[in-house]
Design a protein around this ligand. Structure first.
Ligand SMILES: Cc1ncc(COP(=O)(O)O)c(C=O)c1O
Length: 379
């Protein structure tokens, strides 16, 4: 039998844990998606654009109206031409895949930081590239700058960053971004910047997009997700922004990857984006969720690590047990009916810092139930 080019890849942990949660009727803080309804306005918008006939292929890069609105949205960070520098994609996942296929040639090296979101490394493998793993320093999960400097060679085609960061809930600051910019400015390394949680930052922090740094304008391709911002992960819509020199190349792959993305959703998004309130209140919305959840936790031994962005928080159980995090996650699901994601699955070597990821993008009742279970955990 012919094998795929990813013969060793199994089903993602998110599917495995969600199936286990369903089987045991567990409170599911595993997979990262909101459990509450989307804005009712979406129903009307979608109906409007389907009924007015916006049902055929959109232009390859996306409808011009939506790209124009996005250019305005990001004018805060820099001037990006909607015509040649913004492309609508089928979620951030497709943007990431397309970027990696476009820029990584066989034998090229791509630097990834672990723990890492799971779709980067397989895309590099499919492109014939080689992943060079670096490890964020535990428990702050900061970039190991010296190691990064050593890792960059003439074979480095791409560095992937993700901030705010899944699974750790940390974020990069201006100092980090400047340091990174200094390292790659003047090279032809592509900085693929996964910014899907751009609007979920807490305690007064603001998002430091890679698009903000003119010295690396020719290096940066940033990807974003409407799914994360508007609580509709199932619609799988996102976009990529980059200088025309990179975007031209990106589109050469995009056009054969999906050609174009869902037309009525693009029109609906265009109208919905007219009101910035629809995304500017996201940080305070999720900060209330984070604080409301953590306030209810009274467990003496489970320690929650600082969470400055995203809708994930890490819980350190090392004072409770020295079991593997994967075993704990399965056991809590089966015996306590609480599902989390073990952080070791985000590492290529499965290293285990005894932390599990909890998603707090859930309705208040679910979070209350979760807190109650956590407070009664004995191992
Ligand atoms: C860091 C990160 N990047 C990308 C994605 C995928 O985004 P989308 O659903 O828009 O494809 C996710 C989804 O969980 C994510 O956490």
């Amino acid at each position: 039998m012919r094998t795929s080019k990813l013969p060793d890849v199994g089903t993602t942990i998110f599917s495995v844990m969600s199936a286990l949660a369903a089987k045991h009727n567990a409170v599911n803080l595993g997979q990262g998606f909101p459990s509450f309804p989307i804005d009712e306005a979406w129903g009307m918008l979608m109906k409007k654009y389907i009924e007015t006939g916006k049902n055929q292929y959109a232009p390859m890069p996306g409808i011009p109206e939506l790209r124009k609105v996005l250019a305005q949205k990001y004018s805060l960070f820099g001037s990006y031409d909607p015509e040649g520098e913004i492309t609508i994609t089928a979620g951030a996942t497709q943007a990431i895949f397309t970027a990696i296929q476009a820029f990584v040639h066989p034998g090229d090296e791509v630097i990834l930081f672990a723990p890492a979101y799971d779709c980067y490394a397989p895309a590099v493998t499919l492109a014939g590239g080689k992943v060079k793993w670096l490890y964020l320093s535990h428990p702050e999960y900061s970039i190991p700058w010296e190691k990064l400097e050593e890792a960059i060679t003439e074979k480095t085609a791409m560095i992937v960053i993700n901030h705010p960061h899944n699974p750790t809930g940390t974020s990069l600051n201006e100092g980090d971004m400047k340091q990174l910019a200094q390292m790659i400015s003047g090279t032809d390394i592509v900085l693929l910047s996964d910014e899907v949680y751009e609007h979920i930052l807490f305690d007064g922090k603001s998002h430091d997009s890679a698009l903000k740094y003119p010295e690396i304008r020719n290096n940066v391709l940033s990807v974003f997700s409407f799914g994360k911002t508007f609580h509709m992960t199932g619609w799988k819509m996102g976009y990529a922004i980059a200088d025309a020199s990179l975007m031209n190349e990106f589109r050469k792959v995009h056009q054969f990857n999906v050609f174009s993305c869902n037309t009525p959703v693009q029109y609906a998004l265009n109208e919905y984006l007219e009101n910035p309130k629809n995304y500017l209140e996201l940080s305070s919305f999720y900060q209330n969720k984070r604080d409301g959840f953590l306030k209810q936790i009274e467990h003496p031994k489970l320690k929650f690590l600082p969470c400055t962005g995203t809708y994930f928080v890490l819980a350190d159980f090392s004072d409770m047990s020295d079991e593997k995090d994967t075993d704990i996650a399965i056991r809590w699901t089966k015996e306590h009916r609480l599902t989390t994601i073990p952080c070791s699955v985000f590492y290529p070597d499965g290293r285990d810092h005894k932390v599990v990821r909890m998603c707090f993008a859930k309705d208040d009742e679910t979070m209350q139930q979760a807190a109650q279970i956590i407070n009664n955990l004995t191992f």
